[in-house]
Write a protein that binds this ligand. Structure first.
Ligand code: SF4
Length: 263
């Protein structure tokens, strides 16, 4: 069983239904990770998720794992020409500092990976940011949209992406009708003409050449609401699938926290 609660949490329904006796799925994941609860206490865990969890090797704690990974990325960054990287990645270079805009906010790094930004420096942000600078092919977005499962490795590596990111954002949009206006106001999202027959579509730029299209269908006459995230067909060339997954689930969590804090 993974020792990392988040590794368990990812596979849960994340509905906070309390049938396991815990107030939230995250509390349940934490209790399982330290052996206080058994997975079987969650009646909503699918057989597939149970099998995946049983097969997952124990992990080092997320914070430790994340820190080690970020240190490796910083070591790689020292070999990257930041001036060229700025051109390739859609950023700006000035006096040894490379600036990229993340969700409309400047994020600056020097050659050693010392970061400056007004955003919270969470792992989900730092790791994709450095990975993008190091490895992005720098392809200009084409405007052709794909589902996550159609990105290279998307379905194989993250079969629960829908539940982990899209469903979390859909729940938020259902509860917070002003969500999309807030995304435009706070994160420089751009409202687009609705795509795919949705009621609303907005474009987010978590990294300069990584546009995400969020489309939302309101519930209507007994038909449940839906929210889908689409990716430019170049996304898999500009960022690896792990980082794309990290960004989407991280954003879903961040939007949820902001909504809970500020309403
Ligand atoms: S029973 Fe399962 S889905 Fe419900 S709160 Fe507990 S962990 Fe979450």
């Amino acid at each position: 069983m993974p020792a990392n609660p988040l590794a368990i949490f990812r596979h849960l329904e994340q509905s906070n239904c309390r049938e396991c006796g815990e107030k939230t799925c995250l509390a349940f994941a934490a209790a399982v990770s330290i052996g206080q609860k058994n997975l079987s206490a969650c009646p909503r865990l699918s057989a597939a998720a149970r099998a995946v969890l049983a097969d997952e090797p124990p992990q080092v704690p997320a914070s430790q794992h994340g820190q080690q990974h970020v240190e490796r990325l910083k070591a790689e960054l020292r070999h990257i020409d930041l001036r060229q990287a700025a051109e390739r990645c859609g950023g700006e270079y000035h006096n040894g500092w490379l600036t990229l805009y993340i969700l409309g906010k400047p994020c600056v790094t020097d050659q050693n990976g010392n970061l400056r930004t007004d955003l919270h420096l969470n792992y989900w942000l730092v790791s994709p940011f450095l990975t993008y600078i190091i490895g992005s092919a720098g392809m200009a977005p084409s405007g052709a949209w794909l589902n996550f499962r159609d990105l290279p490795g998307g379905m194989d590596r993250y079969p629960h992406f829908r539940r982990q990111a899209e469903e979390v954002m859909r729940g938020l949009a259902d509860r917070q009708p002003g969500l999309f206006a807030d995304l435009v106001r706070i994160f420089s999202a751009k409202e687009l003409p609705p795509h795919f027959g949705a009621d609303i579509s907005v474009l987010l730029l978590p990294l300069p050449k990584l546009p995400l299209l969020l489309s939302y269908w309101r519930a209507d006459e007994g038909i449940a609401s839906e929210l889908h995230i689409h990716f430019d067909e170049t996304a898999g060339r500009n960022l690896d699938i792990d980082s794309i997954h990290e960004i989407c689930t991280g954003m879903a969590t961040m939007f949820g926290r902001l909504a809970a804090r500020h309403g």
